[in-house]
Design a protein around this ligand. Structure first.
Ligand code: 5GP
Ligand code: ZN
Length: 113
């Protein structure tokens, strides 16, 4: 069993506010939201991050993004939202189970910090 925070959320060992789930992906509210909508979408299969992803993970990563688009549509934030993958510690990756951030509900600046 993998000792990973997001795997523990998937196993219901740590509570999280579930937003969406399908066969391959799971989405929940970020505990420290940076925008009115800040949802994390994760694959149910443990993948450490984009850097470590292999061609076998391609469909899963795509599914995470499609789940983000679905949630954004449901929330009516299609005027502008952002999907973000932080890759590596210098980009702020702190949890090493691949996750797509869905941020929206406010204007988002470019370039990001
Ligand atoms: P990263 O910094 O790795 O890109 O993103 C990790 C995200 O996970 C952060 O935005 C952080 O707020 C969120 N996070 C960390 N621990 C927990 C937790 O226990 N529950 C939830 N819902 N989010 C968490
Ligand atoms: Zn994991």
């Amino acid at each position: 069993m993998i000792d990973c925070l997001f795997c523990r959320i998937l196993r219901n060992e740590i509570p999280a506010k579930k937003i969406y789930e399908d066969e391959h992906t799971f989405a929940f509210e970020d505990i420290n939201p940076q925008a009115p909508t800040h949802v994390l979408i994760i694959p149910k299969r443990h993948v450490r991050g984009l850097k470590e992803a292999t061609p076998e993970d391609a469909e899963l990563i795509g599914r995470c993004h499609l789940a983000a688009a679905h949630i954004a549509r449901q929330r009516g934030i299609e005027d502008g939202y952002r999907t973000v993958l932080n890759v590596g510690p210098q980009a702020g990756q702190s949890v090493f189970h691949l996750h797509v951030h869905l941020l929206g509900g406010r204007s988002l600046h470019w370039p990001p910090g």
